[in-house]
Design a protein around this ligand. Sequence first.
Ligand SMILES: [Zn+2]
Length: 266
Amino acid sequence: MNQNRRSFLIKMGCMCCSPILLPSCTKVAITNRSQLSIYPESVINRNAFNAYQNIKKTSNLSSNNKQNTQLNTVGLKITKAVEKYFYEIKKPEVISNFNWEFILIEEDTLNAWCMPGGKIAFYTGILEITQNEDGMAAVMGHEIAHAVAKHSVERASQAALLNIGSTILDTALDGVLSSTTLDDYIVQLGLNLPYGRLQESEADYLGLIFMTLAGYNNQESIKVWERMEEANKGKEIPEFLSTHPTPGNRIKKIQQWIPEIDARYA
Ligand SMILES: [Zn+2]
């Protein structure tokens, strides 16, 4: 990124949280972190729902009854607990645009995700790491947390901001203005960009809360990340973990959070 663009973005980033542009900044539920939100959630969700339909059509969905039952049990338990929680704290709007769905894809890869709006997928490969219902709840809680915290809206908004920056710079430099396909491009960035470290850590924290609300044993999350580390020893870091905190740091933080989370949410 060149210097002009960098300083422009820094300025825009600061303006985001100033009173002048307040509508472009929202707060993440529970953590209360200010996040950039200039891209509408409805557009991101619509794109995510379409992408999910395509994935369902083109993927090899598992027909393993036991595994599918486990996925649906954990998914329903956590999502019901999350819905109940936001209803009770009088913030049902946090997930009012959600339409939960769970699929298990037959593929030997260590991955799971939750698209904006609550469209979830697990790959059979990661079941070796989750091993049991509590383990699956740890991963599910983390993925659901990304969606509840609107991390994709935030990523798309950051990309949109970057584009506003480039467009203004292009104009200033007599460059060519960018085309209208930018909208699609930005949404794709929101859906496909890896999450940042801060978002990953936030998803760990919220994920622990969500699995705890659903009555799962949150200590299992430590074992899950230990198994994940073990499985990846000497291998290239899988995409799922590329921007995740290193397992050591992540486990340390989780251990610090658990007593507070147990006291408040168990
Ligand atoms: Zn994550």
